[in-house]
Design a protein around this ligand. Structure first.
Ligand SMILES: [Zn+2]
Length: 596
């Protein structure tokens, strides 16, 4: 990594703000190759932030070290316009939709996809969140049609994304109908090499690559999404899909591109690394992790790797398998950064001249004039959603926060679990509820919001900000022993491979103790429901969202549950809890006892 820092220092001197690949001596004396310029402008992890994101989601440390406000569709459009030249191709790295604010989510994210088409995005990798509502819904977003349950949005029939969604490592599971046979037949007779590759690799569930011509040369984009996607989206929606190793898939896609003469190759990958907080978006402090593995290991034919998923901004130089240097970048999240990459392509070899690559992360500041057309577009959707968002659903007596107590439970986590238990008692016969902490996205604040609804009032819009995923509430039967395994799986070290401790938020009637220092498998003790000890052999109806029931967040023991009952959406259960309890005080997070 120190090498990258040196390069960045050099880049700062040479390119004022950015990263330059100053490899090799000047080519004086050689016959100058004819090259043409290409500029990429890219976004990642937009997450439907059509309105300027607020709080820490809307702030960023810029290149000068100052914390500035950034993001918002009309500002993104204005910056994109300023940065666009006649050589520009606009791309993205996924999570553009899913886990979005109500303005987008209430309409199945059609407004966000339409916006991204309007600003000229031509190709995006799929992210894990593109699968939040399942593969079929992603195909509807890609190709058009009205929602099968909710019908058309107020804008009318959905016409489909104006950009390609690509994902080379998303494969149809073998023997899911005749899809594989059909795909091979569709290739025809003269594509033996491609058929061979597909046979060895599987049939892509999405277009694996996208090719854009610029100044007479083709630029190939390879889409990749984190192979951990099955752990972090609802299992039912992706049951026909396999998420294979990103490096292997990229290398097959790279060969496919090479077969058709595309040598300028760019990976758009929805996987990335963590950085040291507070760095300039142009710095490289990315800790080598899942993103770096991909960036360093994919075929040397690939010229640069634009990443996403970890919501960090960085510009790094990595070494490819043949020792060449290439760009590995990410542009933060929520539309706060546009990554600009300039390079030249040799018109004879059609390959990227690596020494010409200059990258710069551009902060989407709000000091420019917002794009008037996009401002109007956002306002239209704001009006459409306001009737839903501003509706009061109940009152709180004080802030109910999602900040964890030392035990790992939070007042808001408790409250959500209580609401889920209440909603799943009738019909699902639930006895307890468990909520994943990562799904409690914001705190409920007592002070009135800018909408001015009055102190203590909770609106549907505020509740939605807390519970934005549109997960289904489900109930499964677990034995006492299986429930204990679920709780053991909160901790790293077990066979489920939890990355770090994740304490599930319990309903108020469920108590237990844990010892973090005890060996994995014997950390949990003293489980009680309504004060009655739980035995290993008794059966318990456990309510949780479909993400957890499907084994999400590495809670594999949930998948052993039987007699699945599916209830309302989690946000509806939460709103119903307010309807039944119009004034709610913060629960005390004292259901879990930590022992030495
Ligand atoms: Zn992601």
């Amino acid at each position: 990594m120190s090498r990258s820092f040196q390069r960045l220092a050099l880049a700062g001197a040479l390119a004022s703000a950015g990263l330059m690949f100053a490899t090799g001596p000047a080519e004086a004396g050689n016959r100058p190759a004819k090259t043409v310029p290409v500029r990429l402008l890219s976004l990642n992890d937009f997450h439907g932030h059509l309105e300027p994101p607020t709080g820490s989601s809307g702030r960023l440390v810029d290149e000068t070290g100052a914390t500035v406000e950034a993001g918002g569709a009309a500002y993104i459009a204005a910056h994109m316009e300023q940065l666009t030249d006649s050589n520009t191709i606009k791309v993205a790295q996924g999570d553009l939709i899913g886990a979005t604010p109500l303005i987008s989510a209430a309409f199945h994210d059609e407004p966000s996809v339409e916006f991204l088409g309007k600003i000229g995005i031509t190709t995006s990798a799929v992210g894990n969140h593109e699968f939040d509502e399942g593969y079929d819904e992603l195909k509807r977003i890609m190709y058009g049609g009205c929602h099968p349950v909710d019908g058309c949005s107020p804008a009318g029939q959905w016409k489909g994304a104006k950009y390609d969604y690509i994902g080379a490592n998303v494969i149809l599971k073998r023997n899911t109908g005749g899809a594989e046979k059909d795909a091979l037949a569709a290739l025809g007779k003269n594509t033996g090499a491609i058929r061979g590759l597909l046979r060895q690799y599987g049939v892509p569930a999405l277009p694996p690559v996208s090719i854009r011509w610029m100044n007479g040369v083709p630029v190939g984009f390879i889409g990749l999404v984190t192979r951990t996607t099955p752990n972090i989206v609802t299992a039912e929606g992706i049951k026909d899909l396999e998420f294979v190793d990103e490096v292997k898939a990229a290398n097959v896609a790279s060969k496919l591109l090479k077969l058709v003469g595309v040598r300028a190759q760019v990976v758009l990958v929805h996987e990335g690394d963590q950085v040291t907080p507070g760095q300039s978006p142009d710095a490289c402090s990315a800790q080598p992790g899942a993103g770096n593995r991909i960036a360093t290991q994919v075929d040397a034919e690939i010229d640069m790797i634009l990443s996403g998923h970890s919501h960090q901004a960085y510009l790094c130089t990595v070494t490819d398998p043949k020792g060449g240097k290439r760009l590995y970048s990410q542009g933060g999240s929520f539309g706060r950064v546009i990554t600009k990459v300039d390079f030249r392509v040799d018109t004879r070899t059609r390959d990227v001249v690596r020494s010409s690559v200059v990258a710069d992360n551009q902060v989407v500041t709000r000091t420019v004039t917002p794009d008037p057309e996009i401002s109007q577009f956002v306002q239209t959707w704001k009006d459409r959603v306001s009737t839903v968002a501003n509706k009061p659903i109940g009152k709180i007596t004080a802030d109910i926060v999602n900040t964890a107590a030392p035990s790992g439970e939070s007042p808001l986590g408790n409250l959500i679990a209580d609401g889920q238990l209440a909603a799943a008692k009738n019909g699902g016969n639930a006895q307890i509820a468990l909520m994943n902490p990562g799904g409690v996205r914001a705190s409920l604040t007592y002070a009135s919001s800018p909408a001015g609804e009055g102190d203590g009032v909770v609106t549907y819009g505020e509740a939605f900000t807390v519970q934005p995923f549109n997960n289904l509430l489900q109930v499964v039967t677990l034995t006492g022993a299986q429930l204990k395994t679920v709780l053991e799986q909160q901790f790293p070290g077990g066979p489920n491979n939890q990355a770090f401790t994740k304490i599930l938020q319990p309903s108020s009637n469920f108590t237990y103790s844990y010892s973090a220092s005890a060996p994995w498998g014997s950390k949990i003790s003293d489980m009680k429901i309504d004060g009655v000890p739980v035995t290993d052999t008794q059966t318990i109806r456990v309510a949780a969202n479909n993400f957890l029931v499907g084994g999400g967040d590495a809670f594999a023991a949930f998948t052993e549950g039987t007699d699945v009952w599916s209830g309302p959406l989690d946000i509806d259960a939460f709103a119903a809890h307010f309807a039944a309890n119009p004034v709610i005080a913060p629960p005390v997070p004292d259901h879990i006892t930590v022992t030495p």
